[in-house]
Design a protein around this ligand. Structure first.
Ligand code: ZN
Length: 80
């Protein structure tokens, strides 16, 4: 990757960037690009929100009404 990566390169490596698995040079280029490019910076914010969004989507059963839980259980049994 060059010193200043292009948008498609940044998009392709955003997950690695947020996980901190990029080399120092790649991370520096990404950071520089994200400072200059608003669309990519917005994309980064979206990627960072994903884990909490996932948790939110997986936990509605705790507050779901009993009939919904019963229906869900019926569906689960039919899938098996
Ligand atoms: Zn960009």
């Amino acid at each position: 990757m060059k010193l200043l990566p292009k948008c498609n390169e940044v998009e392709a490596r955003l997950t690695e960037y947020t996980e901190g698995t990029l080399s120092f040079g790649d991370r520096f280029g990404m950071r520089l690009h994200l400072l200059l490019c608003h669309p990519c910076a917005a994309l980064l914010r979206g990627v960072r929100l994903l884990p909490s969004l996932g948790k939110h989507l997986l936990s509605p059963t705790a507050t779901a009404p009993p009939e919904a839980l019963k229906a869900l259980e019926t569906v689960r049994q039919r899938i098996k």
